[in-house]
Every structure is written in structure tokens, then in C-alpha cells.
Write a protein that binds this ligand. Structure first.
Ligand code: CTP
Ligand code: MG
Length: 224
């Protein structure tokens, strides 16, 4: 394998509501992080996995993941970007493709990991999985007045895993100023090219209670 996967998992999960760090919340009786790491480890190209865990839970997460896959666990940071940077700093020499994958996208299939890695291997600097936007999107003022309707046909909803040539991700993080919600955004800011591949509905980000309920239904309905 020539791929390292960074798994930011250090978030609090505020939007999911009370119940501890989101990556440790249960889905089908197992923590979201276990689901995410198991699927990542099933991808044949993956040689290295580095998890950024909540600082207070690093030892717990090491024990949790030991039976799932060989992983390195580091303390995460105050925002997602800092967690990714901490994980990136812990990647050993070797892998020249680095993927960043949210623990919260617990049901993401290994085939999507493999697809993103393959497109980076084929020569793209930065690759992201995307889906078409299905809702009508409007720009709205602070006082709830509609300013206009955005042309939906040019919009995409962005998922993870996001894949990078290692040197490109390292340079993008080194140049980062403001925290962004994804890593491809850092590459865009530094003038790089980001290429899209078709995402997967199973790569949904478990953000709110409804998403967790949906994921539970998908699992009990036979999605694996
Ligand atoms: N993340 C992280 N470190 C942080 C914040 C977020 O590693 N300081 C991770 C989360 O654990 C998650 C991914 O980034 O896997 C996407 O973030 P999000 O869905 O926003 O998760 P949370 O930040 O935990 O949720 P919320 O914003 O509702 O608190
Ligand atoms: Mg968050």
C-alpha cells in the first residue's frame, strides 16, 4: 500500500447533542470511529492510518482500535484543521498519497477510499468525492430576506475521503492561515487544482440526531 489515511476524530459532536465526543458515540453498538476505521482498513491501498482523537481519550481510542486495524493515535487540536495537521505530522516516511477522512462519515465504503486514492495515483494533486445538490439553494440576509437563488447545477456537496499527493497536502497545511472545513479548500487557496469524483450517499456525515438515526436504519437494513 502507498496510502496513508488521516482520520480526524477529535470533535465534540455539539450538533449531535449530549453524549460525549461524536467519534465515540455508538452506531449499531460500536463507536462511529470503529466503523470508519474498519472500512478504511478494508481498502487494499491503505498502509497507514493515523487517528486524531480527543486529547482526553487517546489511550482509550488506542485500546478501542487495536483489534480493528494497526493505527497510530495522536491528540487532536482545537479545530478540525489542527487535528488534521497533528495527524499529518505523525505519518511515517513512505506513503506518497495521503487521504483525510472524517470519523463522522462512519459508513463510507472502502471502494470510495480506493477510488479517491486511485485518482491521486493517476496524477491528480487533490481529489474530492462530491454529490449533486438536490435542494434549491438561496442566499439569505441576516434578517431572513431572500437575496437570490443560486444556480444549483454548478454546485456540489463535498464529502471525504479527500485525497492528496503528500507533498501537496503538506504544503497546503504549511501555508494555511484561517481554519477551513476541508483540506481541499487549503489546496484551492494555495492555487492548486482540485478534481472531483462521484461520491457515495453512504459517505454521509453523521452531524445531527437525524443522521445517526438514518445510519442506524441503513445498518439494520443490511448496509455494511
Ligand atoms: N474534528 C476533529 N477535531 C476537531 C473538530 C472536528 O478531529 N477539533 C473531526 C470530527 O471528529 C469529525 C470531523 O472532524 O470526524 C468533521 O467534523 P464535524 O462533523 O463538525 O464533527 P464535530 O466537530 O465533532 O461536530 P460539531 O461541529 O457538531 O461539534
Ligand atoms: Mg465541527
Amino acid at each position: 500500500g502507498d496510502v496513508a489515511v488521516l482520520v480526524p476524530a477529535a470533535g465534540a459532536g455539539v450538533r449531535l447533542g449530549p453524549g460525549g465526543p461524536k467519534a465515540l458515540r455508538l452506531l449499531g453498538g460500536e463507536p462511529l470511529l470503529v466503523h470508519a476505521v474498519r472500512r478504511v482498513a478494508e481498502a487494499p491501498s491503505v498502509a497507514t492510518i493515523v487517528v486524531a482523537a480527543p486529547a482526553a481519550d487517546v489511550d482509550h481510542v488506542r485500546r478501542l482500535l487495536a483489534p480493528v486495524a494497526p493505527v497510530t493515535v495522536v491528540p487532536g487540536g482545537a479545530d478540525r484543521q489542527q487535528s488534521v495537521a497533528a495527524a499529518l505530522a505523525a505519518v511515517p516516511p513512505g506513503p506518497q498519497i495521503v487521504l483525510v477522512h472524517d470519523a463522522a462519515r462512519a459508513l463510507t465504503p472502502a471502494t470510495l477510499v480506493e477510488l479517491v486514492a486511485a485518482r491521486v495515483r493517476a496524477g491528480h494533486d487533490a481529489v474530492i468525492p462530491v454529490l449533486p445538490v438536490t435542494d434549491t439553494i438561496k442566499e439569505v440576509s441576516a434578517d431572513d430576506v431572500v437575496l437570490g437563488t443560486v444556480d444549483r447545477s454548478v454546485l456540489r456537496a463535498v464529502q471525504t475521503p479527500q485525497g492528496f499527493r503528500r507533498s501537496v497536502l503538506v504544503a497546503a497545511h504549511a501555508a494555511a492561515l484561517d481554519p477551513l472545513t476541508d483540506d481541499a479548500g487549503l489546496v484551492e487557496k494555495s492555487g492548486g487544482t482540485v478534481t472531483c469524483v462521484p461520491g457515495s450517499e453512504l459517505a454521509l456525515k453523521i452531524t445531527r440526531p437525524f443522521d445517526l438515526m438514518l445510519a442506524e436504519h441503513l445498518l439494520s437494513g443490511g448496509v455494511r
